[in-house]
Write a protein that binds this ligand. Sequence first.
Ligand SMILES: [Zn+2]
Length: 158
Amino acid sequence: MKIYTFEESTGGLPVNQDELYMREALKLAQQAFDEDEVPIGAIIVAQGKIIGKGYNLTERLNDVTAHAEMQAFTAAANFLGGKYLKDCTLYVTVEPCVMCAGASYWTQVSKIVYGARDEKRGYSAIGSSIIHPKTTVVPGVLEAECANLIKSFFRNKR
Ligand SMILES: [Zn+2]
């Protein structure tokens, strides 16, 4: 199912809501890139409003758990004043890892939209039962752009 909105900036052409929010997550991934962090960005949206943001901070915080999704979950829970993220959507530029997918289970987030696949570390390599049964997953939104950012990051590292 696709939800379309009409934005003036596109001259009245329909805009895919998921792509619109993924662009916001990509901005955060770019921020991570600029700070020499693995470029992954995440946002949480509730009722058309961004209530949590995050990008990978594992280098700066010297913390392997400081993934973009974890930052966004914490920010959203703080915003809502409750730990559950029912009726919320997580947008993340790369497929969540097992840890983040596990965290998403505990939040009971309604929907996860991700960009690039992560064949090695993505949760689906282990099994999709990590995701809460009530959570809908939409993969591959702006996949090429999300993947390109990661690829160029690791290309620079070599
Ligand atoms: Zn993760």
